[in-house]
Write a protein of this length. Structure first.
Length: 211
């Protein structure tokens, strides 16, 4: 006797993600998206409207630390600087950096929301799911990387403008890049996972109607 997918007994099977769990993930990801977006917008507005304190890179070997014990010597590579009003150029770069970083966060949260919805609806392995995972990974990788580059350019420019580097003639650098590879790595991993979803969708389609 041939059985269909509706003949499989439920006894002994346990769902990894229940409908209640999926609903919780949907609500939590939506709330996190609203909260982080509000915080990002508030930070951008506050930094462009008045005094702001930023950690700026020090890209010169001549900023030495004095007064160390045991004959030690050292130099500082970053400085917390309070600037009354940000110049328009660096302020715009920092705003774009914050927006791009938030876009990467929203891509991940949207992906969690949509996958939780599909788990709740029992339609996980579809061409749409593969596209969502791949698009989320691409947005995270690109936005996260671009945001960090713009942020580093802005902070290096500010360090120059306030004179923290104090470079002499012949000493030159473009900008100091503080790079976190996590968004890029996770984005690439999600693109690979999209391929797994695509394969899973084909496998599910090929095995429909079989025991």
């Amino acid at each position: 006797m041939n059985a269909t997918k509706y003949d499989i007994p439920a006894t002994g099977w346990k769902r990894i993600v229940s409908r209640a769990d999926a609903l919780f993930l949907m609500v939590a990801s939506a709330a996190a998206g609203v909260l982080t977006t509000a915080m990002t917008v508030t930070g951008i507005v506050d930094s462009s409207a008045g005094k702001v304190t930023l950690t700026l890179p020090v890209a010169t070997p001549r900023q030495m630390v004095s007064g160390l014990s045991l004959g030690a010597s050292g130099q500082y590579t970053a400085l917390d600087a309070t600037i009354p009003v940000l110049p328009p150029g660096p302020a715009a770069l920092l705003a774009w950096a914050g927006a791009l970083n938030q876009l990467g966060i929203l891509a991940v949260l949207a992906l969690i929301f949509l996958l939780a919805y599909r788990l709740r609806s029992k339609i996980l392995f579809t061409p749409g799911s593969a596209w969502l995972v791949g698009a989320g990974g691409a947005v995270l990788a690109l936005a996260g990387t671009a945001g960090q580059v713009l942020d580093s350019i802005a902070r290096s420019r500010l360090a120059d403008l306030i004179g923290v580097n104090g470079r002499v003639a012949g000493e030159y650098y473009f900008f100091s890049l503080n790079f976190n590879a996590a968004p890029l790595v996770v984005g690439i991993a999600l693109i690979l996972v999209a391929g797994v979803f695509q394969f899973g969708g084909r496998l599910q389609k090929d095995t429909e109607g079989l025991v």
